[in-house]
Ligand binder design. Structure first.
Ligand code: LFR
Length: 480
């Protein structure tokens, strides 16, 4: 056989989808079988993922997908479910934007200084890293009853197959993995009193995770056996795998709710300078390191659009393109924008506090957000090259933000580099390609990328002059 069909379950912060990828020697086609909303729920206990609704969406999607050769699951990182001694889920997984981790990092650093933690794990500071979530959960009745922790894709894989594992790329976002050995950091776990026995054994992209259970086959109408293949289960790992680059001199920006901007490296960068710049060393496919920075991304715009009662996005972007550039910018890397709610007000406050004109209309706020994102992209791409000693000639933009032509053009302008935008469904494509590879249909990472470059539609944006203006704006922002 020289073609295969693979179902990619790809869960994002605002929607989930099940895509079917058909792969052959010169063929890579992706169709959407099912898309469903991911609607987090605020209860008196905090912000929670509606995991059963997500799982129901996965089952509906597999039914709609029809017969496939394998299934792979990816989602956002760090979050997890806790299971009791019988393997039963203890409550709804906590959302990484929940406030329970406020102040926890400082508490952790008192026993394990931030510098040592970075040297051991290479992970950027983010309040929601699994490590801080675990420390926040300590002392709760739920945590006392927990015998196993499964990251979101691993939890869904467990429900689909009955098998427990911890996929490596996503495990690297827990802040309990040493990026040099690509294995658990016993030292960090011991010093913080975290029992690594909570975690199921590591598995790597390409490993077989199990077979769909009889009740899943019945529910979805699929004929067994259907294997579930471990993929880069961190959505960003799958998206980076699907960057259609050739060679090594490229930066990438995975856009969506977040912008994840950086480089693919052969080894982690664990310097103090890198820590101060808040770059992370997450693990990618085939021994690679995803050296990148988390930028708030289109979350800023999504939250404004929600506050404005969902106006037409196309119209809003058209108007925003007519607003003068760089009038006011905010730090799109600032964790102050992490929590949901009141986003237009919070952006206005940030502009006022820094003595800039306060954007008034939705078009002005939108322009402020896109200029700010472009500047944050510029800073990340520029600093990553410097800190890693790894120069680039092109910036690949993948993910949902590729649909936003204004953002792509502004990113090219700000970086002073050509932007190649696409594919949009990068995470699903990376997921599919790792499954296809496990079944012998594509070669190494370079082979996967070659296939993407030949089959996917990509748009190129050349930088438009005026780099001095962006440089000056970047310097202003850095000085604040
Ligand atoms: C993107 C992403 C980022 C991660 C954030 C929270 O979807 O996976 O890589 O930092 O979500 O999990």
């Amino acid at each position: 056989i020289d073609t295969g069909a693979y179902a990619a379950v790809d869960l994002g912060a605002s929607s989930g989808r099940v895509m079917v990828g058909r792969v052959g020697p010169d063929r890579l086609e992706l169709t959407e079988a099912h898309r469903f909303k991911n609607r987090p729920v605020r209860t008196p206990d905090g912000l929670r993922w509606d995991i059963l609704a997500l799982y129901a969406g996965v089952l509906d999607g597999l039914r709609a997908a029809g017969q496939v050769d394998s299934v792979g699951v990816d989602s956002w990182a760090v979050d997890h479910g806790l299971l009791d001694a019988d393997g039963v889920l203890l409550g709804n997984p906590v959302h990484y934007r929940d406030t329970r981790t406020e102040g926890v990092a400082e508490q952790v650093w008192a026993s394990l200084p931030a510098g040592e933690l970075y040297a051991a794990t290479g992970l950027q500071y983010a309040p929601f890293n699994t490590l801080y979530q675990l420390v926040a959960a300590r002392g709760t009745a739920q945590f006392a009853a927990a015998r196993r922790l499964l990251l979101i894709p691993d939890l869904l894989t467990y429900w689909l197959t009955g098998e427990q594992g911890t996929e490596l790329t996503n495990a690297s976002t827990t802040q309990l993995i040493d990026p040099r050995t690509r294995d658990w950091s016993r030292e960090v776990a011991d010093r913080l009193g975290i029992d690594l026995g909570l975690f199921a054994p590591l598995r790597r992209p390409g490993d077989t995770a199990g077979l769909l259970l009889p009740e899943v086959l019945e529910e979805t109408g699929l004929a067994g056996p259907v294997p579930v293949t471990a993929v880069g289960s961190h959505d960003t790992a799958s998206a980076v795998a699907a960057v259609p680059a050739s060679g090594e001199r490229f930066a990438y920006i995975c856009t969506g709710t977040w912008s994840l901007a950086g480089l693919e490296l052969a080894a982690p960068v664990l310097s103090e300078e890198s820590r101060a710049a808040n770059f992370t060393n997450e693990l990618g496919l085939d021994g690679t390191v995803r050296y990148l920075r988390n930028i708030m991304g289109l979350w800023l715009l999504q939250e404004c659009v929600r506050a404005w009662g969902d106006p037409d996005l196309g119209e809003l972007l058209r108007e925003a393109s007519g607003v003068p550039a760089l009038r006011s910018v905010v730090d799109a890397g600032d964790a102050a924008f992490l929590a949901p709610g009141r986003m237009p007000e919070r952006i206005a406050e940030a502009c006022r506090a820094s003595g800039q004109p306060v954007p008034a209309t939705p078009a002005e706020v939108t322009r402020c957000i896109l200029d700010s994102l472009a500047l944050a992209h510029r800073a990340a791409v520029e600093q990553a090259q410097r800190l890693a000693g790894h120069p680039v000639d092109v910036v690949h933009v993948v993910g949902g933000g590729t649909r936003n032509a204004l953002l792509c053009q502004l990113t090219a302008d700000a970086c002073g580099l050509p932007v190649v935008a696409g594919p949009t469904e990068a995470a699903a494509l990376g997921n599919v390609l790792v499954q296809a590879r496990a079944h012998g249909l594509v070669g190494d990472l370079a082979g996967m990328r070659g296939l993407l470059a030949r089959t996917q539609s990509l748009t190129r944006y050349e930088p438009r002059g005026d780099t001095a203006r962006w440089r000056a704006a970047a310097a202003r922002l850095a000085d604040r």
